[in-house]
Design a protein around this ligand. Sequence first.
Ligand code: SAM
Length: 472
Amino acid sequence: MYNPKSLKAEEFISHDEVLETLAYAEENKNNVALIDEIIEKAKERKGLSHREASVLLACDIPEKIQECYDLAEQIKKDFYGNRIVMFAPLYLSNYCVNGCVYCPYHMQNKHIPRKKLTQEEIVKEVMALQDMGHKRLALEAGEHPTMNPIEYILESIKTIYSIKHKNGAIRRVNVNIAATTVENYKKLKEAGIGTYILFQETYHKESYEQLHPTGPKSDYAYHTEAMDRAMEGGIDDVGLGVLFGLELYKYEFAALLMHAEHLEAVHGVGPHTISVPRLKRADDIDPEKFDNGIDDETFAKLCALIRISVPYTGMIISTRESQAVREKVIRLGVSQISGASRTSVGGYTEPEPEDESTEQFDVSDKRTLDEVVKWLMELGYIPSFCTACYREGRTGDRFMSLLKAGEIQNCCHPNALITLKEFLMDYASEETKFIGEKLIEAELENIPREKVKEICRDRLVKIEQGIRDFRF
Ligand code: SAM
């Protein structure tokens, strides 16, 4: 029975409710009056229910889709301005006891080299990331009770936060590790993590069980209820995601929104972010063997509809996607992107020979961080290395209130300029610096409050004098 307030996976992601939603969406996909009504509701910027959003996803009337794209673009501008937050993944270990059939780290893969970073190796990797200019990381690890226990993850987080190399610092560590216990989530919270990210992979229980035949991850309910345990453990910011390509995208889309509605209903705050990874080629994984791949146009439509359905939730896209796809979906709603990523264990310090690779999947966008930053600025975006919100305690509903009050422009905008300035001073090429300085000068004018603008100017001068880490 469907109940968004239930704490049971099969009740808040009710299979029957998803099927009824898909049937309702199919019946109404040409119902222009209803579609117009839903688009009007989306214009209020309070989001859409999974049923409403699913009707828009089913609809293939070109003018209506265009209206959704235009609205997504507008909501993106109104809520997130032209800022794009930058991050990089850091792979700690690819030891894994699970049997995920789409991931090359699955236990049956006997030929992939297994590697786990020592604390000394983590220092080297983090220094390499700091030398590119990164300030925000997403930690990645396989699930292995003895090789990667929670103590190893906690120790690694401590190491990462402690490294101060030149002007570098990792100021926010997000964590993407397997579902765990409330106790362990409490420990992660105490270690000072930013967002806890866990991809659902697929919400379709039967497929989930086939795709995860062995290991602790095979427990659908334990995995699906992880975010409730994380929030119970005190983690305010959680990040959802589906691995597109595993199941039918319409099913995943409806269920993903049901998951967001569930978090809002139970914890009073929805997900902080939604990631939209697509299945990629990897060591012993051929994406062609999975039947549910989606084309770029469908992918863009999904991104736009997520944007208008959950306007307060950040959207993340990784280097799994090409420059061209990233360009398209950034416009439609993506607010965070990774840059210069390595998806192998130790990949930032030791580029591996092809046949020895511990890579999790092929990366499409292989540009350097400097190139990505320059590209974003040429497109009119402000690459932001800001990590202020969570360090100022603006997490969960406190962050959402700031967003809802429209105060972002007096807070995130100057923070973006300040952290971009740090990047330009410490890491950028001459060309990137030139473009960036002009951009900062122009964007200062877009800070609404005079007082904030003045303080921001003053801080920019101080950064030139060598002082770092200001924040609003
Ligand atoms: N091991 C943790 C877990 O099981 O949730 C999380 C870390 S895993 C390194 C991060 C994510 O990579 C997975 O959740 C999955 O969605 C994604 N992934 C796995 N194989 C992939 C592939 N072949 N292509 C694209 N993404 C993949």
